[in-house]
Design a protein around this ligand. Structure first.
Ligand SMILES: C[S@@+](CC[C@H](N)C(=O)[O-])C[C@H]1O[C@@H](n2cnc3c(N)ncnc32)[C@H](O)[C@@H]1O
Length: 264
């Protein structure tokens, strides 16, 4: 599976690269502007007009490729109802503070957040370059699955591509900083030193049954029992992974920060 996923990711990056070069009318590769690594040589991909479709399709395709056992163990069921994503993200004040999505999957929420940030920046008269810098600086995206964060990265780049082209046309050369993407296990405490104004997303809903769960062992249970929400600290407790996301999410907030979640 790893090989076919690498081919799939490389092809998506190649499409993005070709689209950038055609629309910016340049022979400069997107790789020279944004540090994403891929082998461009073996793909005869074409530029595309509908970048939104690229982001929609990538997540769907990847979800289809995940073996069912892994999908269940990691709760990898992406939010397909865009009206839920929209109604949640439309509630958020995205004008200040850091934002964390601890289980971003293919980036459905993240892309919507980026679109709203772009809208806000336009209203404030920010330049394309300042808008990109703001997004990259304020958005933190995490998922245990590295392929998922790579897809999120591609999807956000696709969403920001018109701004990248605009800045490139104005400045000739400029660079975009690497996005803040991590692959932490968010059931662990104290992963982020920053505090966030918003923690959002659709966490994994996976039940961990005390002794019966194949994903549970003595060491893990002892660690999980240290969480504040656990009442019987020495019990053989049944947990749901989402519980750790809620406690860790709340602990990651700054004083006036807000936690937003959905269960689908
Ligand atoms: C229900 S999906 C939601 C994905 C995305 N937020 C969405 O709405 O489409 C849950 C995500 O949590 C990730 N995940 C599972 N266990 C995790 C863990 N311990 N730490 C971080 N991410 C995890 C999975 O890889 C999956 O992408």
């Amino acid at each position: 599976m790893t090989n076919s996923i690498n081919i799939f990711l490389n092809a998506a990056k190649s499409i993005l690269d070709k689209t950038f070069m055609e629309k910016a009318n340049t022979s400069t590769s997107l790789k020279e502007i944004y540090p994403f690594d891929y082998e461009s040589s073996s793909f005869d991909t074409k530029p595309i007009d509908n970048l939104n479709k690229l982001s929609d399709d990538l997540g769907i395709l990847y979800e289809e490729m995940i073996p069912i056992k892994i999908k269940k163990d990691l709760g990898q069921f992406y939010t397909r109802d865009s009206s839920i994503v929209d109604s949640m993200v439309n509630e958020l004040d995205l004008t200040h503070g850091l934002i964390l999505e601890p289980s971003c999957g293919s980036g459905l929420f993240a892309v919507r957040v980026v679109k709203r940030m772009i809208g806000n920046a336009k209203e404030q008269g920010l330049s394309a370059k300042d808008t990109i810098d703001y997004i990259v600086k304020h958005l933190y995206l995490n998922d245990l699955d590295k392929t998922a964060t790579e897809i999120t990265e591609i999807n956000i780049l696709a969403t920001m591509l018109p701004l990248i082209i605009d800045s490139f046309s104005s400045f000739g050369y400029f660079s975009v900083s690497k996005m803040k993407l991590t692959n932490y296990d968010f059931t662990q405490k104290g992963l982020f030193t920053n505090k966030f104004s918003i923690v959002l997303g659709n966490p994994p809903f996976v039940t961990l049954y005390g002794k019966r769960s194949r994903n549970m062992n003595e060491e893990k249970r002892a660690y999980y029992n240290t969480f504040d929400f656990v009442q019987n600290k020495s019990g053989n407790n049944k947990f749901n992974v989402a519980m750790f996301f809620i406690e860790n999410g709340m602990d990651s907030l700054c004083q006036s920060g807000k936690l937003f979640g959905s269960k689908l």
